[in-house]
Design a protein around this ligand. Structure first.
Ligand SMILES: *[C@@H]1O[C@H](CO)[C@@H](O)[C@H](O)[C@H]1NC(C)=O
Ligand SMILES: *[C@@H]1O[C@H](CO)[C@@H](O)[C@H](O)[C@H]1NC(C)=O
Length: 439
């Protein structure tokens, strides 16, 4: 069982406690069972249902097939194409998941970012707890023997301690302390750079946010000179998917001068509010979509090569959802009404939790994979092989700088999703800062 605090970090938004999910599923289950008895009036169907559901929960992960192994071998050369054409395949690796990172995974990435080093009130950063230290040093060990081009970065901040950024960066002295602490951490751990994982900068922060990034760049350049390092240290900043928030909370063109790239967290579009919909739709809907976000950023900054588009390796689902989701042409966006959720489910938990991946359908308009179970009124929206191929195609066609994965430790043991992302052709023939949108 995952702890609530860990569960809430599955994605950017706060997820409801897993206990609620379980309770609602249990209630939901009992309801279906009752219904079945009423309709069929057969005790035998009751027994069968129980058996089926029980069994369903305990289906083991499928074994690694030879097809998967073949994909693994072919991905390597494709990845080198992506890296050679200057595109990025970035993986987040987290302190709270359980699967240990492997050399095989790292060989498919250009960058790996460890989440998180926490910001303390006095402005210093540190890894929190024994598990986090073990996972971070484990990552560093694997990285030493993997592809020498791999960049290893530390993500500073995170959901829980992001509120600490505002008071620290608005105070010149504390801001300096935070920067010094980041620079020391990078130096002591032989890292290639840092991601500022501040969720989020708002209107009142934006001046200090860009000052912070500017001063951080200066200090990292000083370190580079001091260490006689040939390459600059890397700086990345996360930005939200909402256009109004991007406009009000960030001096985008100021930040762009000092960062190597922005990681655009282009998911959870339907996490809040009264609607149910695809969590990372490329097109459509009324609560924004990936295309609107990426277009806005590419047009506003003129630097599509500095943008990475995020893809989630978890799904979002609702229970008690009331729609007739009849076919792919049907409108996939619905009022939430009395539906329960949203809840998050990792890719590697889909099978153990009874979801049948083979039953996934594809919504053409939003380019989203989903599962709709009319009997239980469960609606799941998630990334699978097909939707990730669509995302890769989008990155290529719009000359976007790369893909960032939340998170590689939510993939299955065969790295099914990572294989799709890393083997996709995302290289564009166009020059890197040609904006492929009608701005
Ligand atoms: C900052 O705060 C932490 C936790 O309160 C403490 O352990 C650490 O020693 C402090 N560091 C400095 C430089 O004040
Ligand atoms: C699902 O619907 C049933 C019946 O209306 C209700 O008892 C249950 O609480 C609902 N579950 C959620 C999570 O909303």
């Amino acid at each position: 069982m995952i702890k609530t605090s860990e569960y809430s970090q599955l994605s950017l938004s706060r997820k409801p406690a897993i206990e609620d999910e379980k309770k609602s599923q249990d209630t939901c289950r009992s309801l279906i069972i009752l219904l079945l008895i009423a309709v069929a009036c057969l005790p035998i169907s009751y027994a069968l249902t129980i058996l089926f559901m029980h069994f369903n929960q305990e289906v083991p992960e499928p074994p690694i097939t030879s097809t998967t192994l073949q994909t693994t071998t072919s991905t390597k050369s494709s990845l080198h194409n992506a890296a050679a054409c200057g595109k990025r395949i970035i993986g987040y690796y987290t302190e709270w998941e359980n699967a240990d990172v492997t050399k095989e995974q790292l060989d498919k990435l250009t960058h790996v970012i460890y989440l998180f080093a926490a910001v303390q009130e006095n402005g210093t950063i540190k890894l929190e707890g024994e598990k986090s230290e073990r996972r971070f040093y484990g990552l560093k060990n694997e990285a030493i023997t993997s592809n020498p081009e791999l960049k290893v970065m530390i993500g500073v901040g995170g959901h829980a301690n992001s509120p600490r950024f505002s008071p620290i960066v608005s105070d010149t002295r504390k801001r300096g302390k935070l920067i010094d602490s980041i620079v020391t951490f990078i130096d002591e751990n032989y890292l290639d750079g840092v991601e500022i994982f501040w969720v989020w900068s708002y209107e009142t922060n934006k001046v200090h946010h860009s000052k912070f990034i500017r001063e951080l760049r200066k200090k990292l350049t000083d370190l580079k000179i001091q260490k006689k390092r040939s390459e600059e240290y890397l700086i990345s900043v996360i930005v939200p998917p909402s256009i109004s928030h991007l406009t009000s909370g960030y001096y985008l063109n100021e930040i762009m001068k000092d960062v190597d790239f922005l990681n655009v967290l282009s998911y959870d579009y339907y996490f809040n509010g009264n609607q149910i919909g695809p969590h990372s739709p490329i097109y459509g809907g009324t609560r924004g979509n990936v295309d609107e976000t990426m277009k806005f950023l590419a047009c506003r900054t003129g630097k599509p090569s500095k943008l990475n588009m995020a893809v989630p390796f978890y799904g979002t689902y609702w229970v008690n959802a009331s729609f007739p989701l009849l076919d792919d042409s049907d409108n996939i966006w619905k009022e939430k009404g009395s539906a329960g959720g949203p809840f998050a489910v990792r890719w590697n938990e889909l099978i153990p939790k009874g979801w049948d991946k083979e039953s996934a359908k594809f919504h053409e308009k939003s380019k989203t994979s989903y599962i709709w179970i009319p009997e239980t009124k469960h609606f799941l929206t998630f990334e699978n092989e097909r939707s990730l191929q669509e995302k890769a195609k989008y990155v290529k066609n719009h000359n976007i700088g790369g893909v960032v994965i939340w998170a590689i430790d939510q993939d299955d043991v065969a790295n099914t999703l990572l294989n799709v992302v890393s083997s996709s052709d995302i290289c564009s023939v166009k020059d890197k800062d040609i904006v492929e949108y009608l701005c």
